[in-house]
Design a protein around this ligand. Structure first.
Ligand code: NAP
Ligand code: GDP
Length: 342
């Protein structure tokens, strides 16, 4: 009989990749989504799995519905990927972020504890919890110092996952995933904002410069398709645990812009400093990127780089897609999408 996996956040970036992976492994996948947006299932459709996933209504804030779902299906594995996941929005919606990203996880853990204690649980923790980093590179036992309401809420959920493992013996794992991107990444995140812009520029859909915030921030970017495999591997081990998933490389935002530009056929050189910095195309002399302080954050996570030695050793996990490969894949996919509609 197929195993049953329940995935919250099925409409998001990771939800689609994980569902695809689990379907390939012959799981019955129950995707939990919240009603609302008009193109809710566009990513599942693009993955070609929309009709293969059983979809159920769900909201992180609705305890009664979470209890009913877990009681009814008693899933073998439960992946909690749903969250208010955008750091910048967590300053304008700090209370909602705490309710969804912290208390919502308490609801799920309580429902599992009460109605399905054999269910293996995965919590989507994040490198944002390291924030003002206390050690370089960051690993499982690096002290946390979150820098946003998002990081604070996720930290509560992270420790609660550990606590329910230790208090009640639940098989509860936490993946501290560093930033991971793909052509399915939301356009509010910086990588996709950049690749989407270059795609529009290259097919002639815009002639305005791209406005970005802090170009000096550095991130350890991996490919979402590789990272969902690590989630699955965590739940296949004898013992539940916490793992850092990262590439061990870090790059400034500016570099991702230059590289995306290259794959879209632009040759960017940088002039000026701070808020006056500009990215100019060498071939045409046109200004392609400007800094707009409106995108600066009240507190910044300046630099992240992870050490995934534990995951390599215990899970046997390794990324397959390089930084360059990821950027190229995102630019090419965005260009292909715009070519289809223009
Ligand atoms: P994403 O694309 O933003 O997806 C988030 C999902 O959560 C969406 O399906 C969204 O539904 C759902 N959601 C939001 N609020 C909800 C609520 N109140 N009730 C039910 N569903 C709700 O995020 P992602 O990139 O796939 O990331 C997956 C998880 O990993 C998130 O928890 C994120 O915080 C965490 N994480 C991500 C990264 C990364 O770099 N991607 C790194 C570390 C950790 P709608 O479609 O209705 O909005
Ligand atoms: P995060 O690491 O989860 O916050 O992922 P983001 O992709 O939203 O942001 C990554 C980094 O890019 C942060 O340090 C941001 O300050 C920086 N950044 C610079 N300009 C922008 C922008 O226009 N949008 C976003 N989202 N981030 C930007």
């Amino acid at each position: 009989m197929s195993k049953i996996a329940m995935i919250t956040g099925i409409t998001g970036q990771d939800g689609g990749y994980l569902a695809k992976l689990l379907l390939e492994k012959d799981y019955k996948v129950i995707g939990l989504y919240r009603r609302g947006a008009t193109d809710t299932f566009s990513k599942l459709k693009e993955h070609g799995i929309f009709d293969k996933v059983e979809l159920m209504d769900f909201d992180l804030l609705e305890l009664s519905n979470i209890c009913r779902l877990i009681k009814r299906y008693q899933p073998d594995e439960f992946y909690n990927l749903a969250a208010q996941s955008y750091v910048a929005a967590s300053w304008s919606e700090p209370i909602y972020t705490a309710q969804a990203d912290a208390i919502g996880v308490a609801y799920i853990l309580e429902a599992i504890r009460e109605f399905s204690p054999k269910t293996k649980f995965y919590q989507a923790s994040t490198s944002e919890m390291f924030g003002l980093v206390q050690e370089v590179p960051q690993r499982e036992n690096t002290p946390f110092y979150p820098r946003s309401p998002y990081g604070c809420a996720k930290l509560y959920a992270h420790w609660l996952t550990t606590n329910y493992r230790e208090s009640f013996g639940l098989f509860a794992c936490s993946g501290i995933l560093f930033n991971h991107e793909s052509p399915m990444r939301g356009k509010e995140f910086v990588t996709r904002k950049i690749t989407d812009y270059f795609a529009q520029l290259s097919v002639g859909l815009t002639d305005k410069p791209l406005e970005l915030g802090n170009l000096d921030a550095k991130r350890d970017w991996g490919y979402a398709g590789d990272y969902v495999e690590a989630m699955w591997l965590m739940l296949q081990q004898e013992k539940a645990d916490t793992y850092v998933i990262s590439t061990g490389e870090t790059h400034p935002i500016r570099d991702f812009v230059t590289l995306s530009g290259k794959y879209a056929g632009f040759d960017i050189e940088w002039h000026g400093e701070g808020i006056n910095e500009k990215g100019i195309d060498r071939k045409t002399g046109k200004t392609i990127v400007v800094v707009n302080p409106k995108f600066f954050r009240p507190a910044e996570v300046e630099s992240l780089i992870g050490d995934s030695s534990k995951a390599h050793k215990i899970l046997g996990w390794k990324r397959k897609v390089s930084y360059e490969g990821l950027c190229k894949m995102m630019v090419e996919k965005d260009i292909e999408r715009y070519r289809k509609i223009s």
